[in-house]
Design a protein around this ligand. Structure first.
Ligand SMILES: C[S@@+](CC[C@H](N)C(=O)[O-])C[C@H]1O[C@@H](n2cnc3c(N)ncnc32)[C@H](O)[C@@H]1O
Length: 428
């Protein structure tokens, strides 16, 4: 018998919110149990609930008098799944309620069937609006520590940022410059009836009108195109690799930027890509193979060059540092609930160690591009500012597109891109 999608969604949410597992790990396991036609629905429900979790919790608060704990805890998430469908999905209410109530059986909580039914019928009759006096997490659907940090960092834009984080992200493509220009690829998309919004003038990234499965993208299997956000595609343009240079890509997996640099500059002398995670490094290899590109891959800790570096310096280094990923919450809403305030200091320390270690590997006259998908200043401009003060041979190179004093902070949804940060630093 086909698995009940609402029950699978409740299980996934339990794993993410209560057990701290990432949705991208949990979802594929559960999608295997769903019929092919239902996989997208399961995904939509899980992502959707995580986008507006506090608001849904608040809507249930007065209706569920006895908190569900222990073995009944996943039924709490089932009610959130029900509440999400009623408020945000086009599924007819009666079908959403029936399917959700039936899921109690799959969760082995049949005895709560009546309660789930009652709560959802109540919500159907009387959908509470968010009241003015609600707390900030409920009004803005983010954890309070994060709201506080964003208010501090962006006193004018904080509400916009939090709202943009709740949007579904668009799909961006990167045409492989070795096989076709962005303009040529847009023609191929037209022939396949796939609509394009625009091509980014800085990077040639292609913004699609609607997300689509990669299997329908012309030439995808042959490497003519890759999926990569518009912000991530700025990296290869900014670092501007030249023929015969030795390039190092630090924290490279899954290899989107490694491939992009190789596509733009086919005659690079050497591309070395390093990452600490062997499984993720295997994905770099898969991407290189699909696009028919070559790089030397090293599984190692970038903060410890002694363990892997041969002593030959590089002309350019891309350091795409491990970070809070707070710029990509619209793509990964689980980040809001997985990330804790205390993680930030640990990440800042790690970034500093990797940045300092990377600097020794750069030739005098060489350029390092520091990148994160974070919007927190501690990981971005403050990190780079402190680095420039520590390293007397480091000079900041201005980035044309940026209005910021140190580097370029792209905010989530700015020009439809993910939140990202870049700083270009030259070694004298
Ligand atoms: C933001 S992701 C990189 C994305 C990649 N540059 C791309 O464009 O596809 C950060 C990566 O840093 C890696 N990482 C974390 N700590 C590391 C360390 N100490 N040394 C090397 N890699 C590390 C993680 O495994 C992860 O793959």
């Amino acid at each position: 018998m086909a698995a009940n999608i609402r029950a699978l969604a409740a299980k996934a949410l339990f794993q993410v919110v209560d057990k701290g597992r990432s949705l991208s790990d949990v979802l594929p396991e559960l999608q295997q149990k769903a019929e092919a036609k239902d996989k997208a629905l399961l995904q939509e429900i899980c992502y959707g609930v995580l986008r507006v979790l506090p608001e849904l919790e608040a809507s249930l608060k007065d209706l569920v008098t006895k908190p569900l704990k222990g073995k009944t805890r996943s039924t709490h998430f089932l009610m959130l799944v029900g509440a999400y469908q009623l408020k945000y999905m086009r599924i007819p209410d009666h079908a959403a309620i029936n399917e959700t109530v039936n899921a109690t059986k799959a969760l082995k909580t049949d005895f709560l069937r009546g309660m789930v039914n009652g709560v959802l019928r109540n919500l159907q009759r009387n959908q509470p609006s968010i009241d003015e006096n609600a707390s900030d997490p409920v009004k803005f659907n983010h954890p309070s520590w994060f709201i506080k940090q964003i208010k501090n960092a962006y006193p004018q834009q904080w509400q916009n940022i939090l709202e943009n984080n709740q949007h579904k992200p668009p799909m961006w493509l990167r045409a492989n410059a070795r096989t076709n220009s962005a303009q040529e690829y847009v023609s191929l998309l037209g022939q396949a009836n796939i609509s394009v919004v625009r091509i980014d003038s800085n990077s040639d990234a292609i913004l699609l009108e609607k997300p689509t499965d990669v299997s329908v993208l012309p030439g995808f299997e042959q490497g003519a195109v890759s999926v990569q956000d518009g912000a991530a595609q700025q990296a290869a343009t900014l670092i501007n690799c030249q023929a015969n240079e030795r390039i190092l890509d630090i924290c490279a997996a899954p290899g989107g930027k490694t491939c992009h640099m190789l596509e733009l500059t086919p005659d690079i002398a050497e591309m070395v890509a390093i990452d600490i995670d062997g499984n993720r490094l295997a994905r770099v290899q898969e991407n290189l193979e699909r696009i028919s590109l070559n790089a030397e891959l090293i599984e190692a800790d970038a903060s410890q060059p002694k363990t892997w570096w041969d002593g030959k310096q590089f002309d350019r280094i891309l350091l795409d540092a491990p970070c809070s990923a707070t710029g990509v919450i619209r793509r990964h809403p689980d980040i809001k609930w997985l990330r804790k305030a205390s993680d930030i200091d640990v990440l800042v320390e790690l970034q500093q160690q990797i940045l300092d270690a990377s600097w020794q590997l750069l030739k005098p006259g060489g350029t390092l591009l520091y990148a994160t998908c974070s919007i927190l200043p501690q990981e971005n401009k403050d990190q780079v500012d402190a680095f420039l003060k520590r390293q007397s041979d480091a000079t900041l190179v201005p980035i044309e597109q940026s209005q910021d004093d140190i580097g370029w902070q792209i905010l989530p949804n700015e020009h439809s891109m993910d939140g990202f940060y870049y700083a270009k630093i030259m070694k004298s």
